[in-house]
Design a protein around this ligand. Structure first.
Ligand SMILES: *[C@@H]1O[C@H](CO)[C@@H](O)[C@H](O)[C@H]1NC(C)=O
Ligand SMILES: *[C@@H]1O[C@H](CO)[C@@H](O)[C@H](O)[C@H]1NC(C)=O
Ligand SMILES: *[C@@H]1O[C@H](CO)[C@@H](O)[C@H](O)[C@H]1NC(C)=O
Ligand SMILES: *[C@@H]1O[C@H](CO)[C@@H](O)[C@H](O)[C@H]1NC(C)=O
Ligand SMILES: *[C@@H]1O[C@H](CO)[C@@H](O)[C@H](O)[C@H]1NC(C)=O
Ligand SMILES: *[C@@H]1O[C@H](CO)[C@@H](O)[C@H](O)[C@H]1NC(C)=O
Ligand SMILES: *[C@@H]1O[C@H](CO)[C@@H](O)[C@H](O)[C@H]1NC(C)=O
Ligand SMILES: *[C@@H]1O[C@H](CO)[C@@H](O)[C@H](O)[C@H]1NC(C)=O
Length: 379
């Protein structure tokens, strides 16, 4: 295109020159045509049918891609959004598209309409806020989809992930949703992915497995490492048992090793479906921290309501406090020993005076002759 726009020349040429010029023009036109169809975009590298436009500060997908491109890398650039105009010409042969590390925020409707044979798509390491449900064509052939660390944050996640339920991704077999702050997933999030085989939800802050996950008919590998699971309820264990072809990874979760984990522990010792069961360790209580779940004895699993241990420590503490108070009391006594001695003498003297007075009065009272006198003198 750029070649086409070069000026055709001035008016000072001779007749023979003009003929030559028109021939040159034709050649240039042909060349630019070939460039448009098969040429490599500026600053990109093209080898065979692979085009690589990596880390060259692009802010859009290059428009003039060779129409026979099979593999396209546009990674490490600054493309803020994808839409209908990202792939204006049909690329029948494109199967692999790598767009990681581009700060992509939105993927609009019909973005992949012109890529009918797309099989592998990598959108990892972006900041997606908005993903249109109509981004993929109805008969999409996508099989491997990488959305690792792709989303901006977990706000509106159920809305953002709506495209997974759009019924357009019937061929999808591998889905990588790792390193996203997903937290909670809608129950039926994977229900329209009938061919899903490998699903990674590693490091995604998940606290419970979406209900519908076990209904995905062909699911074979489920990676749930480094999430926020503390226990697996019996209902989940039963569902896993009912799907013997399913294999899971569960290491790196903060397992809570109290009496509630007993069922899971018994199950874990007998199952082969948890590939990394050797690596599961307790996070709480402190006494069992880092202890492998498989090496736990039933007697080590205390219930939170079980006060045995708590009481034991509180008795020891109480004893210590009492001993301390006793020591302080003795110390105070010792330091004040002179004052106390004086005080005791004073009391003794006071007592003695009092006793003498009492004694005297008793003697008077006991004398019936003086009784009336004493009563009168008291008044
Ligand atoms: C690429 O474009 C050229 C010229 O229009 C056409 O002949 C060729 O068939 C196209 N190739 C593909 C794979 O579409
Ligand atoms: C997502 O895109 C739709 C349509 O383009 C728009 O209406 C909506 O406001 C966008 N949402 C966000 C959170 O950007
Ligand atoms: C997805 O991309 C990340 C990094 O961008 C990579 O580590 C991971 O292996 C990819 N996942 C798949 C399934 O290819
Ligand atoms: C998520 O991102 C949006 C848009 O930037 C922002 O308004 C919102 O506060 C963020 N939420 C969290 C929990 O960070
Ligand atoms: C886990 O995911 C978060 C994003 O949610 C990311 O920032 C962090 O680097 C990931 N951790 C690892 C070890 O990949
Ligand atoms: C599925 O995951 C397992 C374990 O991570 C891996 O060995 C296998 O190659 C994956 N299959 C595909 C089709 O990627
Ligand atoms: C899981 O699905 C079943 C029906 O399939 C439903 O009865 C149950 O309430 C669901 N559980 C949760 C936690 O949503
Ligand atoms: C152990 O698992 C097998 C099947 O894998 C099952 O038949 C058996 O009942 C289980 N035993 C216990 C004690 O759960």
């Amino acid at each position: 295109m750029r070649l086409l726009s070069t000026p055709g020349g001035g008016n000072r040429g001779e007749i023979s020159g003009s003929k030559l010029r028109s021939g040159m023009m034709y050649l240039l036109f042909l060349l630019s045509f070939v460039m448009f169809c098969h040429g490599c975009p500026e600053k990109c590298r093209c080898v065979s049918q692979t085009v690589k436009c990596q880390n060259i500060n692009l802010n859009a997908i290059p428009q003039s891609l060779p129409n026979n491109t099979e593999v396209l890398f546009v990674t490490g650039n600054y493309i803020s959004g994808l839409g209908m105009d990202s792939f204006p010409t049909r690329l029948e042969l494109l199967t692999d598209l790598y767009l990681s590390g581009n700060e992509i925020e939105s993927v609009d409707a019909k973005t992949f309409e012109n890529l009918p044979n797309l099989v592998r798509l990598d959108l990892s390491d972006n900041k997606i806020l908005n993903f249109s449900e109509g981004a993929f064509p109805h008969d999409s052939k996508l099989q491997v989809f990488n959305l690792s660390n792709s989303f901006h944050n977990h706000t509106f996640m159920d809305v953002v992930l709506g495209f997974l339920q759009s019924e357009n991704l019937h061929q999808l077999t591998v889905l990588d949703l790792s390193n996203n702050d997903l937290v909670i997933l809608p129950d039926d999030i994977f229900s329209n992915l009938p061919h899903l085989v490998n699903l990674s939800l590693q490091n995604s802050s998940i606290i419970s497995i979406p209900n519908g996950t076990f209904k995905v008919p062909m699911l074979h590998d489920l990676d749930l490492r480094d999430n926020s699971f503390r226990n697996l309820p019996t209902t989940i264990l039963e569902q896993i048992n009912l799907k013997p072809g399913l294999h899971m990874r569960l290491a790196g979760n903060p397992w809570r090793c109290d009496c509630f984990i007993e069922d899971m522990l018994l199950w874990l010792k007998n199952t082969t479906q948890i590939i990394d069961r050797q690596d599961l360790t307790c996070a709480v209580p402190e006494a069992l921290r880092q202890r492998p779940l498989l090496h736990l004895e039933q007697s080590q699993l205390k219930c939170p309501g079980d006060m045995e241990g708590v009481l034991e420590t509180s008795y020891v503490f109480l004893g210590l406090v009492l001993a301390l108070i006793g020591v302080i009391f003795l110390l105070v006594l010792y330091l004040n020993r002179k004052g106390i001695k004086r005080w005791i003498y004073n009391i003794r003297d006071a007592c003695r005076d009092h006793m003498e007075g009492y004694h005297y009065r008793y003697e008077i009272n006991s004398d019936p002759r003086l009784a009336n006198l004493s009563i009168n003198s008291d008044v």
